[in-house]
Design a protein. Sequence first.
Length: 98
Amino acid sequence: MARRFTDQQLRQLRNEVPFPWLLQRLAWPHRRRDGQLIFVCPRCGESRSDLNPQENLVRCFHCQTNFNPIDFTMAARDCGFVEAVQHLLSLTDRHQTH
Ligand SMILES: [Zn+2]
């Protein structure tokens, strides 16, 4: 299968899509409390989670899963990698106005 995305595109999605923004765009249940980002884990359904802003990962403490923005989109939309990346690219296209 031909590669559809460049490494740079994938790196940008993993490193530069902010989770608070992503959760909002996915209309995914979440809230902020005392500086923490609490979301419903798409894998186990629990809300014991936090954001690691340095790594741009979110972690579920219940099922011990780390999600980057691509992983999270795959889990939240129950779709494959290619579809998740396409979805993220379309969201970020609309996000950037230039
Ligand atoms: Zn979980």
